[in-house]
Design a protein around this ligand. Structure first.
Ligand code: ZN
Length: 108
C-alpha cells in the first residue's frame, strides 16, 4: 500500500509561497516518492530542449513542470478561498481526515 502524504494530496489546490512563481495557484499533479516535492499544474515550468530522433520524438523545446518543494506550497481551502494550514481529525469510524485550520472544513 502506498503511504499518502499527510498534508498534500493529488488534485489539491495549492499556492506557491516563494520563488519565481510566488502567489500562483495550481493543482497538484503528482507527489514524489520521498514526499518532499510535488509537481503542480503549470507552475515552475521549465523549458527543455529535446533532441530529435530519440524514441521517434520530434526535436524542439518542450515545457515541463518541475517539482516544487512541498514546504514551499500551501493548501487552499475552498470555503475560505485562502491558503490555510492543514489540520487532522479522526472520524468516529477511525478514518483520518484533513481539515482547514481556519474554518474546520474538511479538505478532500
Ligand atoms: Zn477553510
Amino acid at each position: 500500500m502506498v503511504k499518502k502524504h499527510p498534508i498534500l494530496k493529488k488534485n489539491d489546490k495549492v499556492i506557491v509561497l516563494s520563488g519565481k512563481d510566488k502567489g500562483k495557484i495550481g493543482a497538484v499533479l503528482k507527489i514524489d516518492s520521498e514526499k518532499t516535492r510535488a509537481i503542480v499544474e503549470k507552475l515552475n515550468v521549465v523549458k527543455r530542449h529535446s533532441k530529435a530522433g530519440a524514441k521517434g520524438a520530434k526535436g524542439g523545446i518542450i515545457e515541463k513542470e518541475s517539482p516544487l518543494p512541498i514546504s514551499n506550497l500551501m493548501v487552499i481551502c475552498n470555503k475560505c478561498a485562502a491558503p490555510t494550514r492543514v489540520g487532522k481529525r479522526i472520524l468516529e469510524d477511525g478514518s483520518k481526515v484533513r481539515t482547514c485550520k481556519k474554518c474546520g472544513e474538511l479538505l478532500n
